[in-house]
Structure formats: structure tokens, C-alpha cells
Design a protein around this ligand. Sequence first.
Ligand SMILES: Cc1cc2nc3c(=O)[nH]c(=O)nc-3n(C[C@H](O)[C@H](O)[C@H](O)COP(=O)(O)O)c2cc1C
Length: 389
Amino acid sequence: MKKKQTAKQNCTSGELKGAESSCTPFLEDVKNARDKFTILERAITSARNGIVITDPNQEDNPITYVNPSFLELTGYSQDEVINHNCRFLQGNDRDQEGLRELRKAIQQGTAITVVLRNYRKDNSLFWNELTVSPVHDESGRLINFIGIQNDITARTEAEKRISEFYSKISHELRTPLSSIRTALSLLKEGNGGPMTSGSLKLVEIAGRNTSRLLRLVNDILDFRKIEAGKMELRLEETAPAELIDQVLGELEATAKDRNITFEIIINCDDKMQIDRDRIAQVLSNLTVNAIKFSPTNGKVKIHTIKNRDGFICFRVIDRGQGIAKSDFGKLFQKFQQIDSSDTRAPGGTGLGLSISKSLVESHGGEIGVDSKVGRGSIFWFEIPVKRSE
Ligand SMILES: Cc1cc2nc3c(=O)[nH]c(=O)nc-3n(C[C@H](O)[C@H](O)[C@H](O)COP(=O)(O)O)c2cc1C
């Protein structure tokens, strides 16, 4: 500190030349500060995001700095924006959730990320993903806000198109498929008049394939809901036995086709607080896989047991081909197949287990597998027991 003062005195008294050794620390400080400033200035100027700095200590929080990307994004010139509040980017549709949140954050001096509908100088709309952060001085006083603008128009429009595509799948694929399946099952039951055994076989094949297609469509729609965080759970008290009854009732015919029998052991009757259809979907998915990969005339076991830590564990056990330990991790990832010769899910989307994982986890549970090649597999999941309030 003392050295620095000496250097400063020397420099200001014009003895800079020839006194370099005593000036060095001070000059170094200046040089370092200048280098730092240059680096920061270059970085902000080169950034592909729009960057603005505003001064909340002036009336109406005006812009004091903008980088070139902000001008490029909005189409305004520097003179048109400096000393103005950023709201000139807004149109008449100012009643936006994002804007309400932003207003509150600015009032409270907190950081926030919002998405806003904004307009360029030529009036064209762009979706602005904006992050605003407060900047404080050493004493903690609010001196500026920095805003970083990211044009997400392309992404937003793509998402809109994807959303429309999924709702098309839902209405234009699922609805007719369901009615084809109903018609086929009515035919099978003889409601369309008597059928030869040959026709009956064809109707059965068509029915099985329609169901498979419907499962596929449902998987894709579920996956979409989970990805978008739009999966809603309708919780109700359910006992393990009720769940197993429901699932086995639905899978009776599938098991019969391959002459598979079930062994059910239920070691607890505690209730769970679950979306019954969703957890039935998980159990059904694991059981269908177990049936598929069991040898014909085989046995699929479903066991439930209550763990010490208050979870009910469902185990679905088959004596199929088994899975190598190195592949366990991949099983629950979306669109994953174990290898190119994988036959575990013929005709599947590769989504079933990943959907199951999301559904179990959204109930506060866990899912996993234990298996040995050539010995069969145990797929298990745990759901917390309903706590008595
Ligand atoms: C650093 C900073 C950057 C901002 N950037 C934008 C922006 O890009 N687009 C926008 O519509 N509003 C932006 N705003 C918000 C507006 O300046 C203003 O705070 C907002 O419209 C709410 O205030 P008002 O209701 O008085 O208009 C920004 C605000 C700050 C502090």
C-alpha cells in the first residue's frame, strides 16, 4: 500500500520518466485494469446476445449502453435507444405474464428470466427471452441493471408447430384407431354375423396390430406430456392388490396367447396415494415385457413387499433371456435400444420404460432392474406408502 502511494506521488509530480522501478506496481494496476476493461468491452461487443445496461437511479430507468447485437436484433440505431426505457420494444399487447413478473423483479431489485412478445423497429414480432440482473457497487447499492436478450422466435414457432402436430396425432390418429379396435373386437365376438375360422384369425391379427399401434400413439403422446411437464396426476388411495387385479384383468388375453401363467404374492395391504391409471400403466408395461420375453408356457411372477423405509416394492420377474449389467443404465433412457440386434421390444417405441421411470419418479418413487443373461430379469419399482396425516 505504502509503495503504491509513493508511486502515485512520483507519477503525479511528473517524475514518471526514469522512475519506472518505483512506478511499476501502480502502472501495473492501471495496465491490468485497462486490460480487464478491454477484454470485457470486446466480449460484450462480440456477444451474439443483445446486451443493455440501464440506470435505475435516473428517472424511468433509461438505457445507458447497448451492444451491437441489440441494435441488430431490434433494428434501432444507438441514438434512438440511449436514454430511453426498454419498453419501446413492446406493442399494444402489454398484458403479458412475463411483463408482470419482470416489473415486480425490477421493483424488488432481483434477477429474473422471462419471455416477452417484442417488436422490432419495422414492427415485426420477435420472442425475446430476456434475463435482467441487478448490478451493485462495493457498498451494495443498486447502480445498474443488465439485460441480456435472446431472440427465440425460431424455437417458439417450432414448438408451436410441434404442439399442433401432436394434437393432430391425438385427434386424427388415436380417435379413428380406437374405433377400428372397437369394431374389430365386435366382429370377433360375432356381432357382425358368423365368421369362418380363417376370417376370425385375420380379425384377431388386425386387432392385435391395431392395439399395438394405439399403444405406440399413446406412448408418443405421454412422452410429449412428460417432456412438456404437462402430465397431471389424479391421486387416489389404492392398495397393491387392486392395482394388480386391474392390470392382470387387462393382460389376461395377452398372457393366454403365449400360455403364460402368473404367480402373485402380495405381502402388504398398505394403501398408496397414486394416480391409479398411471401406475397401472407402469405395472402393465413391465408385465407385458415380462410376458413377451418369457418362454412360451412360462411363468411371470409379480411380488409386492413393503420395505423398511415405507415404500411398497413391486417386482415383476421373468425367466427370459436376461440383460447384461452393462446395459441396465440404457434401459430407462428414451429411444434407447440395447443394441442393434435388440429384440426386447419388438414394435415398441423405445419409450415405454422411460415413460414408466418418469411416472414412478413423479410419485416420489424409484424404478430399476436386476438381471442375469440367460437367467431372466426382475424389473422393480417402489412407491411410497400413503402417510396418515
Ligand atoms: C436491463 C433491462 C432490460 C430490459 N429489456 C427489455 C426488453 O428487451 N424488452 C422489453 O419489452 N422490456 C425490457 N425491459 C423492461 C422495461 O424496461 C420495463 O421495465 C417494463 O416494461 C416494465 O415497466 P413498465 O410497466 O413501466 O413499462 C428491460 C428492463 C431492464 C431493467
